[in-house]
Design a protein around this ligand. Structure first.
Ligand SMILES: Cc1cc2nc3c(=O)[nH]c(=O)nc-3n(C[C@H](O)[C@H](O)[C@H](O)COP(=O)(O)OP(=O)(O)OC[C@H]3O[C@@H](n4cnc5c(N)ncnc54)[C@H](O)[C@@H]3O)c2cc1C
Length: 407
C-alpha cells in the first residue's frame, strides 16, 4: 500500500489503526488535540472480556469482540517487540458472580451459548467456587467461569503502542489544541478521487509547520499549517459526533462518563485471581499492586470529573463482593468518556459517499478489546477489500443523514 493517511485522534483506536496502516506500507501522520491516550483509552480498566460484556446472546457485535480477543496474543506480542516496552497482559480468566439461586438459570443460558462460541467455561459453586476465588463473599451462590478472558494495563499498553508507531515511522503530532474541522472547502465534490478530502482545522498554541504538499490530495488545515494525505481515518472517540454537519451525516456518538477507582494492595496474597464481574461492575487485580474497580455510567457531557455519588455506589457493591475491602479506601479515583452510539455498536468502515474517509469510532465499553480487529478492518478497507456482509452492522452511514440535510 503506497497511500498516505491522516489519522485523527490518538486514543487506542487511532494508534492501533496508525500502526497497522504503517505496517502495511502506508505513510501515516496521526494528529491529536491533546496527548495520546489522554482520554478514554488511558482511563480504561483494560479488560478483554467479550463473553462477560455480551451477556444476552451472540450477535455481530459479540463476533467482532470475539475475533478481536483472538487477535490479542499476537498483536500485543508485536507491540511489545516493536516498542521494546513492557506492559501487563494477563490471561487470568473471569468469574461472573450471581447472588441469588434465581439467577442461576440466566447463568446457565449464558454458559450454553458461550460454549457454542469458543468458551470452555463452566459454572462454579460451593467449595469449587471458593477454592477458585477464596476472597469472594459467601453471599455469592455461583459464578460463571470464563477462562478465555484476559486484561491489559491500558495506560502502559497505549504508551507502548505509541512508541511502536513512532519506531515504525508514524509521524505523531500532539497538543494541537482545538482541532476542529470547520468546512469542506469544495463541498461533496472535494471527496472525488481528483481532490480527495479537505478538512480545515483551527488550532491553538502549537508551532505546526506546513507539510510539503503537492497538488490534488486531501488535506487537514490548521491556523499554522496544512497536512495532506490520500485518506483520512477518523478515530476521535466520543468527539466524533462533531463531524456530523461537515460530513452531512447523522453520527449519533455521545460521551458516557465512566467513574472508576483503585485500591492499593500491598499484601502478598492478591484479593482476586480472576477478573470478577457482577451485575453492578467489576474488580481487576493489576500486577502493579492496584485493584481496579469499575465503573459507573452516566451522562455528563464532556465532563470528566469524579462525583461522590458515582464512586460511593462503586464502594458499596465492592464491599459486598469482596469483604476484604470493608475497611479499605481507594487511593485513586478517575473518570473517562466512553464513546457510545445509538445502537451500541461502533462505526467502522469507509464512507460510501466519500471513499477517502474511513471511520473507526464509537467503541463504547470495549475499545481496548476491539482495537486490533478495528485496525485490521480499517487497513483492509484502505487496501480496497470489500467489507464482508456481517460488517454491515458497523457501517458508519447506517444512521442516515441529519434532519436538516433531508430537506
Ligand atoms: C472507566 C472506563 C473503563 C473502561 N474499561 C474498558 C475495559 O475494561 N475494556 C475495554 O475494552 N474498554 C474499556 N473502556 C472503553 C474504552 O476505554 C474506549 O472504548 C476506548 O478507549 C475508545 O478509544 P478511542 O481511541 O476511540 O477514544 P479515546 O481514547 O477517547 O481517543 C480519542 C482521541 O481523539 C482525540 N480527538 C478528539 N477530537 C479530535 C480532533 N478533532 N482531532 C484530533 N484529535 C481529536 C481525543 O483527544 C482523544 O485522545 C473503558 C472506558 C472507561 C471510561
Amino acid at each position: 500500500m503506497n497511500d498516505s493517511f491522516i489519522v485523527l485522534g490518538g486514543g487506542i483506536v487511532g494508534l492501533s489503526c496508525a500502526l497497522e496502516l504503517r505496517l502495511r506500507g502506508g505513510d501515516v501522520t496521526l494528529l491529536e488535540s491533546g496527548v495520546c491516550g489522554g482520554q478514554a483509552s488511558g482511563a480504561a480498566a483494560g479488560m478483554l472480556a467479550p463473553y462477560s460484556e455480551n451477556p444476552e446472546s451472540p450477535d455481530e457485535f459479540f463476533h467482532l469482540c470475539r475475533e478481536s480477543l483472538g487477535l490479542y496474543p499476537e498483536w500485543q506480542r508485536r507491540v511489545r517487540e516493536m516498542s521494546d516496552k513492557d506492559f501487563e497482559y494477563t490471561e487470568c480468566g473471569s468469574l461472573y458472580a450471581a447472588y441469588h439461586e434465581a439467577d442461576l438459570l440466566a447463568l446457565e443460558g449464558r454458559l450454553d451459548w458461550q460454549r457454542q462460541h469458543g468458551s470452555s467455561g463452566k459454572i462454579l459453586r460451593g467449595a469449587e467456587l471458593f477454592k477458585a476465588e477464596p476472597g469472594l463473599s459467601s453471599s455469592v451462590v455461583a459464578a460463571l467461569w470464563t477462562p478465555e478472558e484476559s486484561h491489559v494495563y491500558a495506560p502502559d499498553f497505549v504508551e507502548a503502542l505509541k512508541t511502536a508507531c513512532l519506531k515504525a515511522g508514524v509521524v505523531i503530532r500532539e497538543r494541537l489544541g482545538a482541532v476542529e474541522p470547520v468546512e469542506w472547502e469544495q463541498g461533496i465534490e472535494v471527496w472525488s478521487a481528483e481532490y480527495g478530502i479537505e478538512v480545515r482545522l483551527t488550532e491553538s498554541g502549537s508551532d505546526m509547520q506546513s507539510a510539503d504538499h503537492s497538488g490534488e490530495v486531501p488535506s487537514v488545515k490548521s491556523g499554522h499549517g496544512v497536512f495532506r494525505a490520500d485518506r483520512l481515518v477518523v478515530c476521535t472517540g466520543a468527539w466524533a459526533g462533531g463531524l456530523s454537519d461537515l460530513l452531512g451525516l447523522r453520527l449519533p456518538v455521545q460521551p458516557i462518563r465512566g467513574q472508576i477507582c483503585a485500591y492499593e494492595w500491598r499484601e502478598e496474597r492478591t484479593p482476586v485471581k480472576h477478573m470478577v464481574f457482577c451485575s453492578q461492575g467489576y474488580l481487576v487485580q493489576k500486577t502493579n499492586g492496584t485493584l481496579v474497580c469499575g465503573a459507573s455510567e452516566d451522562v455528563a457531557g464532556f465532563d470528566t470529573s469524579v462525583t461522590e455519588r458515582g464512586i460511593s455506589r462503586l464502594l458499596r457493591w465492592n464491599k459486598r463482593l469482596l469483604p476484604a475491602l470493608e475497611q479499605a479506601e481507594p487511593f485513586h479515583r478517575w473518570a473517562g468518556l466512553r464513546p457510545a452510539t445509538l445502537d451500541g455498536r461502533p462505526l467502522i468502515g469507509r464512507l460510501e459517499r466519500a471513499e477517502r474517509v474511513i471511520f473507526a469510532v464509537g467503541h463504547y465499553r470495549n475499545g481496548i478489546l476491539l482495537s486490533p480487529v478495528t485496525a485490521k478492518l480499517v487497513a483492509d478497507c484502505a487496501e480496497g477489500r470489500s467489507p464482508q456482509p456481517w460488517q454491515q452492522a458497523f457501517r458508519p452511514e447506517r444512521f442516515g443523514m441529519p434532519a436538516a440535510s433531508l430537506r
